[in-house]
Design a protein. Structure first.
Length: 286
């Protein structure tokens, strides 16, 4: 605000100096016209009085020239001060943007470290899930081997039953046949129970692995999507900062008085856009 007030005061002084210079140039033109008229009237006017008047006019012209030179020197000093203030403001603005950018980068690095920690934690979960899956798979293999052994035993019992049925037809007693039938039923029930257990274990293992993989995929995709949005926003800020610095440097290369009204309005609009983007960035961070 203080710099803007100083700029407004300097612009007012420059306007007053320009008005004074225009008035002085008009006075000089009037003096020149009066001197030409005086030359024409030399014959009709007394030479001594005319010489005195001319000397007075010359003295006024010299005084006006001195005033013009001093005013020009003052204007040059004012333009130099304005240029220095522009350079100072551009430097401070660039430093503020760099500080904000460094803070954003620090925050993003912290978030990336959190993401890395989450990834490591998820990798540990995946490793534990894999170990559990391997353990369950080993149990499943054991149950499968048990099932195969029981199946082979069941086949043996079936062959024995067939042999016994043949013997029963020949000479076996009814009690032995009933005992063998009961043993066969018990083995069959045991095999069915093992099959049910194997099926349930396989389904539980598959559901556990699928649920863990889905949850891990959701968490990882959400984290990376959020980080991607944050990085895109940071890249946009960098591009805006580079663009604003380039435009400001182009404006600072212009000499005093070379800035056109359209360019001045464009510079003001760019300044307003930069302030708006800065405010939006602060709001987003909060």
């Amino acid at each position: 605000k203080a710099n803007q007030e100083r700029f407004s005061q300097l612009n007012a002084l420059v306007g007053e100096l320009r008005g004074m210079i225009l008035d002085l140039s008009k006075n000089v033109q009037r003096v020149e016209i009066a001197s030409t008229k005086a030359v024409d009237k030399v014959e009709s006017v007394q030479p001594e009085r005319l010489l005195i008047e001319v000397r007075r006019v010359d003295a006024k012209v010299e005084a006006l020239k001195a005033n013009i030179e001093s005013n020009e020197a003052m204007m040059n000093q004012l333009f130099e001060q304005i240029k220095n203030m522009r350079n100072t403001l551009s430097v401070f603005r660039g430093i503020e943007q760099i500080i904000k950018l460094s803070e954003d980068i620090k925050k993003d690095l912290g978030n990336l470290r959190k993401v890395e920690a989450n990834i490591e934690r998820h990798s540990d979960k995946v490793e534990s899930i894999f170990m559990e899956f391997q353990k369950e798979f080993n149990e499943f293999n054991q149950l499968t081997s048990m099932y195969k052994a029981l199946n082979s035993e069941l086949q043996k019992l079936a062959s024995q039953v067939d042999a016994l049925s043949v013997k029963v037809n020949e000479r076996a007693m009814k009690k032995d046949f009933e005992d063998m039938t009961n043993r066969l039923k018990k083995h069959e029930e045991h095999v069915n129970n093992i099959l049910k257990l194997v099926t349930r274990k396989a389904k539980d293992l598959e559901n556990t692995v699928n649920e863990a993989l889905k949850r891990f995929k959701r968490e990882i995709s959400a984290d990376f999507e959020a980080r991607g949005k944050r990085l895109n926003l940071l890249i946009q800020k960098l591009n805006q900062l580079v663009e604003n610095n380039e435009k400001i440097s182009e404006l600072l290369k212009l000499k005093p008085g070379e800035l056109k009204p359209e360019e001045h309005s464009a510079a003001e609009s760019e300044k307003a856009n930069a302030e708006t983007s800065t405010a939006a960035t602060n709001t987003t961070e909060q």
